[in-house]
Ligand binder design. Sequence first.
Ligand SMILES: [Fe+2]
Ligand SMILES: [Fe+2]
Length: 195
Amino acid sequence: MAQVTKEQIEYFRSLAARRLEGERLRHTLGVARAATALAARHGEDEAAAEAAALLHDLMKETPLPEQIALARAQGLLRVPADEAIPQALHGPLAAAWLRREHPELPPTVALAVENHTLGRPGMEPLEMIVYSADLTEEGRDFFGLDILRRKLYDNLTEGTWACMDSTIKRLEAEGRRIHPLTLAARADLQRRLGH
Ligand SMILES: [Fe+2]
Ligand SMILES: [Fe+2]
């Protein structure tokens, strides 16, 4: 299977530095560190985790109306919630770009970028790693974060379920709409854990 090279990682790091500013770049580098650590801890591909983390928010500074137009043009709007919750489109957009421009990468890298905001049923370990690193990187600070980090350290599936559950509950408390893919992803993880 294709490996992510050191040169590719350095290229993606410079791409992130060119495309992202200030806090978003800091966040991206924090996610890269958190994802690499989780991959090392759970015996997953550290280079693939770092590459996916460096690329995960690459499209996030594109204005939302433009993201919606790009997603529509590329057939990425599949269910009404995709357009109703456009804050999640930057993942699928960056993944589509990655599959076009870097077909040599392991397919899990694009999958991890694609699903880092919403998750999906059947998440692979690398997808869980980037999803969870996004929420728990060193710059985050919220009540319960330590518990999430500990769970992720102990068990990736359990920890990812806890991250997703906490995100869903926060969105519910804020009265915000939850994408059906996220609810399906949480139910799938729950089933896999035998809860
Ligand atoms: Fe994101
Ligand atoms: Fe992010």
